[in-house]
Design a protein around this ligand. Structure first.
Ligand code: DX5
Ligand code: ZN
Length: 225
């Protein structure tokens, strides 16, 4: 199960002072730490790797949410010291073995998520809704922070909600990732998003503290802690 709330995108953290940012995220009662894992192959960038997950494991009460933007995740999941209770999302576009990967994550006690790039149709979910705890709708093309939401993102979020409800998957959560700004968050929530990956647009901002941004973002998505 992926819970409602804010998932802080750690690729946007101040790596010169992670302790400061982590303390602020904890004070803001952020629900998840979102580890954007990139391999330079599935997406044109490198960011966090297994080191990031290991370095924070046991150092914070915030739950882990690991987004694998990697080719063939089935061959890389063992690189991470994943634990039951972690949320782990894999891209439908990154493996021919999506059902096997998701079922394996679920069997290991994790919340298994299917991530969809902007151009990927919902039909890829047809035979995995029984093993998917959540669907991650990329609202930007994966790879970089600071991008603008793609035009059809809001329509795709509401279509995903309708699709899941029509399949009897009312408990399957929708996570959105990319340009979750205050303005966009209101529309994303209205379209049916449950969990919001927040980076430079809505949480790690130059003009306000993490606590202030989190409070404002919660107002926008109506999840007040
Ligand atoms: C895309 C990244 C970004 C990041 C959020 O691959 O995953 O979505 O987390 O960054 P902003 O809020 O700057 O879009
Ligand atoms: Zn992500």
């Amino acid at each position: 199960m992926l819970g409602k709330g804010i998932s802080a995108s750690l690729m946007c953290v101040d790596f010169a002072d992670t302790k400061k940012d982590l303390a602020a995220l904890e004070k803001a009662k952020i629900e998840y730490l979102h580890f954007d894992i990139m391999d330079g192959a599935f997406v044109p960038n490198y960011t966090l790797g297994p080191w990031a997950v290991s370095s924070l494991r046991g150092k914070t009460p915030i739950a882990f949410d690991i987004h694998l933007m990697v080719e063939r995740p089935e061959s890389k999941i063992s690189y991470f010291n994943l634990e039951p209770g972690d949320a782990v999302s894999v891209h439908a576009e990154s493996t021919p073995h999506l059902q096997r990967v998701l079922a394996g994550l679920k069997d290991a006690g994790m919340a298994a998520g299917v991530a969809l790039n902007p151009a990927t149709p919902l039909t890829v979910l047809d035979y995995v809704t029984d093993v998917a705890d959540f669907v991650l709708i990329m609202t930007v093309n994966p790879g970089y922070a600071g991008q603008k939401m793609v035009p059809n993102a809001l329509e795709k979020i509401s279509r995903t909600r309708d699709y899941l409800d029509a399949k009897g998957c009312a408990d399957t959560a929708i996570q959105v990732d990319g340009n979750v700004s205050f303005e966009n968050a209101v529309k994303m929530a209205a379209a049916g998003a449950d969990n919001f990956v927040a980076g430079t647009a809505g949480l790690f901002r130059r003009d306000m503290s993490i606590e202030a941004a989190a409070a404002r973002l919660r107002e926008c998505i109506r999840i007040v802690k």
